[in-house]
Design a protein. Structure first.
Length: 261
């Protein structure tokens, strides 16, 4: 009888141990699965970051590489901030992010020269649309709203310059200081930046940019203005390209557009 009890106790103990081992194994498997999911999430974020922060590439030599694919539908510029001759033969639509360091570099180094040579001389019409990468740049969306509110007071380009010159100061209090610095009505600005229509406007830009195939900022679409007020895209330029590279693209397109008229 004692032998039987001993066997039973051993069997019972082994079942308990086995149950604990099964539980421990399940926990380890669950931990491994969670770890794999976290690794995949981090890899996805790293991929997005690398796409955002890749170094600027020179324009490909003719015949050596295909240009980035063009959007299948025209780009709207209705209600967007624009400058330059409305009748210019070539339109450039930039989708950008005020907190993106490469957008800042493009604005300070390339856009300023482009503005002098092409926008101020009425050769090109320039349009700005918003594409804040919220997961990478937590202050970008509010900065975009600040830009839209400056547009409502006729001071978008002043705010555009100010924000790109102060990319490390884009918190709410900073944005109010920037608004005052460029001469905006502070009360109207504060009311504007919390309004639903302004937020919806930024979302609209994000949606259209995504449909156009934007994967990083800045992205420029160069094309001609159609009768319906939308831009027929002829070329897509991605990244903080150098001024000489963008200049060669613009000059070639200006010749092409002139020859087709």
């Amino acid at each position: 009888m004692s032998a039987v009890l001993g066997v039973a106790m051993i069997w019972s103990s082994s079942m308990v141990v086995s149950g604990r081992q099964d539980t421990d194994l399940s926990k380890r498997i669950a931990a491994l699965e969670a770890g794999q999911k976290e690794i995949l999430r981090q890899l996805q974020e790293l991929k997005a970051l690398l796409q955002q922060n890749r170094p600027p590439q020179p324009a490909p030599a003719p015949g050596l590489a295909a240009p980035p694919p063009l959007p299948t539908t025209p780009i709207s510029i209705a209600g967007a901030a624009t400058r330059g001759n409305p009748a210019a033969k070539l339109v450039i639509v930039e989708f950008s992010d005020f907190q993106c360091p490469y957008c800042g570099r493009y604005s300070r180094e390339t856009y300023t020269q482009l503005e002098r040579e092409y926008v101020d001389t009425s050769k090109v019409r320039y349009v700005f649309r918003h594409f804040p990468l919220e997961r990478l740049h937590p202050n970008a969306f509010k900065a975009a709203e600040a830009g839209e509110c400056a547009l409502q007071q006729g001071k978008f380009w002043e705010m555009h310059t100010r924000l790109f010159a102060n990319q490390l100061a884009l918190a709410d209090a900073d944005l109010l200081n920037h608004a005052k610095a460029v001469g905006l009505d502070a009360g109207a600005f504060q009311t504007c930046v919390v309004s639903a229509p302004v937020s919806a406007r930024i979302r609209q830009d994000l949606d259209e940019g995504a449909r156009a195939g934007i994967t990083g900022t800045p992205t420029m679409f160069l094309g001609t203005l159609q009768k319906d007020g939308q831009v027929h895209v002829l070329r897509k330029v991605v990244g903080a390209v150098s001024y000489p590279s963008l200049k060669s693209t613009i000059d070639a397109l200006l010749v092409s557009v002139e020859n087709t008229r």
